[in-house]
Design a protein around this ligand. Sequence first.
Ligand SMILES: NC(=O)c1ccc[n+]([C@@H]2O[C@H](COP(=O)([O-])OP(=O)(O)OC[C@H]3O[C@@H](n4cnc5c(N)ncnc54)[C@H](OP(=O)(O)O)[C@@H]3O)[C@@H](O)[C@H]2O)c1
Length: 334
Amino acid sequence: MAQAVRLVSTPESMPKIEHFECVEVDMPEPADGEALVETLYLSLDPYMRSQIAGRHMSGSVLPGDILRGEAVSRVIKSRNPALREGDVIAAHSGWRSHALVTPEGARPLGFSGLPESYGLGVLGMPGLTAYAGLLLRGEPKPGDNLLVSSAAGCVGATVGQIGRIKGCRTIGIAGGAEKCGWLKNTARFDEAIDYKNENLREAIDRHCPATPPYGGIDIYYDNIGGDMLQAAMERLAFGARVVLCGLMDQYNSKVVPTGPNPALIIRARATVRGVVVYDHEDLRSEMVEHISSWIRSGDMVVKEDITIGLEQAGAAFVKLLSGATYGKVLVKLT
Ligand SMILES: NC(=O)c1ccc[n+]([C@@H]2O[C@H](COP(=O)([O-])OP(=O)(O)OC[C@H]3O[C@@H](n4cnc5c(N)ncnc54)[C@H](OP(=O)(O)O)[C@@H]3O)[C@@H](O)[C@H]2O)c1
């Protein structure tokens, strides 16, 4: 038998473990042109919360559905010469122990000599988001003050480290002393702000000194929205770039909050730009080449938060949404 995880019911606010159910399903049998893969790692990502809420651009997950998501998997039986037994690929196969794939739905990892799990994180979708979002939208220049929220997450940590490699002063915002210690001591951010234990506005002012009448943030890479976005907008330098990437502040809420005052953007002559990773597939091989070389040279470190066993996937997703994880959140199947 194979395993899969279903959504039991749609959560109204923060999901609980009871919203997810790991069930036994028939082992799929490949038809001509297909291959059977076993999941090695399943990626857990914040966007899945929006799919469950029925408001994500990639589609919805309804009660009874098997959850969607990308996995790194190994081919164990093939009826297609383009997929050989033993090949390791990435595919949107969902929260399943086994799945059927075709070559069109399978993506080669595109790197070797680094952990396969990186294909779902720093060398996968979150890495591409960080790479394209910062380089194309943030336009980093040496000496820029780059402020990043959710900086200990996969997107944020990758943004900050690319920013440092491009010569920016990097200031990361994260919740708790452990994450902030990791940002400064391991990921080599210049400064870290623990928004759960210090005054966010005072800390930004200290680390990004203003040049009145403007603030001191040249680039704000926003993974959160809400009051954190407001605090950053109040402190934009002349000509600042704001990259809008994520909405952690509102994923578990039914109410869409009001946004920052546009006058703050106008006053600073700032540029606010949204990033959607799906628009940047053309950059994937360049991203993998650059980021994997930065990992190998020691310029970039990688943090992963790995839970063992598909039956623990629901609990791991609840932990991700509660803010208790940092680094790329993955489930390793046994
Ligand atoms: N635009 C795109 O194409 C695209 C693509 C990929 C990801 N994203 C977005 O980028 C953001 C970061 O993604 P990621 O995969 O690297 O995830 P992540 O940063 O690991 O996200 C989880 C973290 O969000 C932080 N957080 C802040 N406020 C929160 C709140 N109110 N509730 C829960 N958590 C909160 C927590 O860390 P702290 O407490 O330390 O802040 C938590 O650990 C997400 O918003 C994601 O949806 C966008």
